[in-house]
Write a protein that binds this ligand. Structure first.
Ligand code: LMR
Length: 426
């Protein structure tokens, strides 16, 4: 009896192995988890009640819960009351939304905007905007296929631009010794870049370091970009999160346009409107005149149509309702400031806990001076591993933490865990 059931089982195992080796996918290697979204997967699998997720850059309220902005809720009520249909949008999305998104980025006074010379398309959030931009530059930018990214940069930039058909190179950005901007390295690397190269610039709230150039330094970068005839591509995923003001955070983009550069801009409404899963963003290019804009528009459509045909409508309607309604717009800017301010208060609190209460070895001033959603703590990869395994505290292995994941209830436990990890007591 036993022998025959064992025999049946081993035949079944043999069949399974045989079908495995016959599969056309048998040689597909297992890939590594995503360096950022993989952290969320590990966090979800952890059942400890003390667990904290500081991996992905997603805002949480003072109770650690996802935050639906009240302005977004109101916009949804307005949209639902109008009973919109579920028809396809055009290939480049909702035209009112794209116009308003461009005004938010470039400013109402922008010359190319008022000349009708900005080509804008809706996108699948900021990632989609970058991907459309990468594909457009790979196909139509006549001078170069090389894009320079800051080192470090958002991890997804690298495969994203490689998959777009561009050659990725790095320029120095972070100075480990000062935990600040390596401005001399940045200038030297851009000056040494081949003329006409593309350069990716984080418009504000640099991800992952939280360190932005000052306004004077942006002027110097603009001059180098002009001198070397580089093409500036701005990733503006965090407009409003750096300073709490969407206008102040658009300084670099507007400066470059004023200085006569042609620019590309990727925008996201994931963070500043909390529309993460709605996937709403925009990609834009400044052109010489409305005729050139129309030609660029036509080529953007040719790129987008075989990728995903046309974008989803709901998130764009929300952003459009907020951007197009004076009362809601004012409310929204207040809510953006509220999110930025809560993050700043957590920076203060964490700094005080590490420096004054726990006297954790090391210098922690950068926690307060860095801006935006992230802090680049200086914790090492082994320390981040031990924090996840022993303290149930999750962050990316480069030591970046999403400040928005901290709140009054978990910041002390987090500081104590960091203190223990730094002292090797965990
Ligand atoms: C992040 O850096 O955490 C965010 O931009 C989310 C993402 O998609 O990686």
């Amino acid at each position: 009896m036993l022998a025959s059931s064992l025999a049946r089982r081993s035949v079944a195992a043999l069949n399974k192995n045989a079908s495995r080796s016959l599969s056309v996918w048998s040689a597909v290697p297992a890939g590594p988890p995503d360096p950022i979204l993989g952290v969320t997967e590990a966090f979800k699998a952890d059942k400890d009640p003390k667990k904290i997720n500081l991996g992905v850059g997603a805002y949480r309220d003072g109770n650690g819960k996802p935050y639906i902005l009240p302005s977004v809720q109101k916009a949804e009520e307005i949209i639902n009351a109008s009973k919109p249909d579920k028809e396809y949008l055009g290939i480049t999305g909702l035209p009112e939304f794209t116009q308003r998104a461009a005004r938010l980025a470039y400013g109402a006074e922008s010359v190319p905007l008022n000349q009708g010379a900005i080509s804008t398309t809706q996108s699948i959030s900021g990632t989609g905007a970058l991907r459309i931009g990468g594909a457009f530059l790979a196909r139509h930018y006549p001078k170069s296929k090389i894009i320079y990214l800051p080192t470090p940069t958002w991890g997804n930039h690298i495969p994203l631009f490689q998959d777009s058909g561009l050659e990725v190179r790095g320029y120095r950005y972070f100075d480990k010794s000062t935990v600040g901007l390596d401005f001399e390295g940045l200038k030297a690397d851009l000056l040494a870049a081949p003329e006409g190269s593309i350069v990716l610039l984080h418009a504000c709230a640099h991800n992952p370091t939280g360190i932005d150039p000052t306004q004077e330094q942006w002027v110097a970068v603009s001059n180098i970009v002009k001198e070397k005839k580089l093409f500036p591509f701005f990733d503006m995923a965090y407009q409003g999160f750096a300073s709490g003001s969407t206008d102040r955070d658009a300084y670099a983009v507007r400066l470059f346009v004023k200085e006569g550069h042609q620019v590309a801009v990727a925008q996201s409404f994931a963070k500043n409107m909390g529309l993460y899963g709605e996937r709403v963003g925009a990609f834009s290019l400044t052109t010489a005149d409305p005729d050139e804009k129309a030609r660029v528009d036509s080529q953007l459509k040719i790129i987008i149509r075989p990728m995903y045909s046309n974008p989803p409508s709901h998130g764009a309607r929300i952003a459009n309702t907020i951007l197009g309604n004076e009362v809601l717009y004012t409310q929204w800017t207040g809510e953006v400031k509220g999110m930025a301010d809560r993050i700043i208060s957590m920076r203060e609190k964490l700094y005080n806990l590490l420096t004054h209460d726990l006297k954790t070895p090391g210098e922690w001033g950068h926690i307060k001076s860095q801006i935006g959603m992230f802090s680049f703590t200086g914790l090492t990869a082994p320390q981040t591993k031990v924090l996840a395994e022993k303290a149930h505290v999750y962050m990316t292995s480069n030591g970046r933490i999403s400040m928005a994941g901290l709140n009054g209830s978990n910041v002390e436990y987090f500081a104590q865990s960091v203190d223990a990890a730094v002292r090797g007591n965990i």
